[in-house]
Design a protein around this ligand. Structure first.
Ligand SMILES: CCC[C@H](NC(C)=O)C(=O)O
Ligand SMILES: NC(=O)OP(=O)(O)O
Length: 318
């Protein structure tokens, strides 16, 4: 594997899940693979789970790790080509990227959507410059339109907990005080559509995601109807995607906050969320603390998804 930015990069999902379960049984099995290889993790945005789980995955494989928070300590970077650099940014990404590539063997990048220009975001302008100019294999630690490490961990978790071969999985929008990216819901939809699960997306009108990610999923504007008989509930907030509303908050309706009321019509569904989560906005305390909440095992599986991905990128170096 030469890059990991989307579901297609992991190849056959059944094989990927089998490899994840194998590594989960012995996560140090390939500790020699990364000897004298260096991972560089570059963050344009905050992180807890991705930062810690990906570093742990690199250690599982015997790698050295360097972490750079671009906005804390490095030079502010100009990302637009052709700009006269007489402002507050002393360095251009087009120099910084190949320089960073000199010091490592594999690069992970976190760079969220900026919500200033939908085309800039949806063309993955930042991530693709790392792929084009670093000279190293690059993987996404959440970019503008996807979060594949999260979605792979979500799939591993559903496979661990599902009680039927083809569970009903429902992704529900929920309110949030800030406009959040579409990367997590886009990516979850992309991975769910690659399985044979029954997959439903529910959100208020105006929150339609990019059709390239919605695919063949059923879209249901009535949340209670969507929840009926569900085996897994995946809650997430996202800002509007469509038209002039791009990046906007259209609703903070807390009737969409996931509570016992909605969970009561499911098939005793498991509750999932990628975290960090705003309690009593996205989900009530009772639901996220219930025995059906699997948000912690879901977060634990981030170490497994990252170990599989780094293993395949290291194997691709040979
Ligand atoms: C994994 C989630 C990262 C980010 N969350 C926030 C709070 O910015 C998001 O919603 O995409
Ligand atoms: N789920 C996830 O990626 O969490 P962080 O933003 O804390 O890394």
């Amino acid at each position: 594997m030469k890059k990991f930015t989307c579901v297609q990069d992991i190849g056959n999902l059944k094989s990927a899940i089998e490899e994840a379960f194998e590594i989960k049984k012995d996560r140090f099995k390939y500790v020699e693979l990364g000897k004298n290889k260096t991972l560089m993790m570059i963050f344009f945005n905050s992180s807890l789970r991705t930062r810690l789980s990906t570093q742990k995955a690199a250690l599982n494989l015997g790698m050295n790790v360097m972490v750079l928070d671009i906005n804390q300590g490095a030079w502010k970077l100009e990302t637009e080509r052709g700009v006269i650099m007489d402002g507050d940014k002393p360095e251009h990404l087009l120099e910084a990227i190949p320089v960073m590539g000199c010091y490592c063997d594999v690069i992970g990048v976190r760079s969220f959507a900026r919500f200033e220009d939908r085309d800039f975001d949806y063309q993955e302008t930042i991530l693709n410059q790392f792929i084009q100019y670093s000279g190293r294999p690059v993987f996404s630690m959440e970019a503008a339109t996807r979060h594949p490490l999260q979605s792979f961990a979500d799939l591993i978790t559903i496979e661990e907990y599902k009680k039927t071969a083809r569970p009903k999985v429902v992704m529900t929008w929920a309110p949030h005080p800030r406009p959040l990216p579409q990367a997590v819901p886009n990516s979850f939809a992309e991975w769910m559509n690659a399985t044979d699960y029954e997959f439903v997306i529910t959100h208020p009108e105006g929150y339609e995601l990019d059709p390239q990610f919605v695919g063949n999923a059923k879209v249901e504007y009535d949340q209670m109807k969507a929840f009926e008989g569900a085996d897994f509930i995946y809650a997430k907030n996202w800002a509007a995607y469509t038209g002039d509303n791009y990046g906007q908050i259209l609703s903070k309706d807390r009737d969409w906050t996931v509570s016992d009321r909605q969970m009561a019509v499911t098939n005793n569904a498991y509750f999932m969320h990628c975290l960090p989560v705003r309690r009593n906005m996205i989900v009530t305390d009772d639901v996220i603390e219930s025995p059906q909440s699997i948000v912690i095992p879901e977060a634990a599986n981030r170490e497994i998804s990252a170990t599989v991905v780094l293993k395949r990128l290291l194997e691709g170096l040979k």
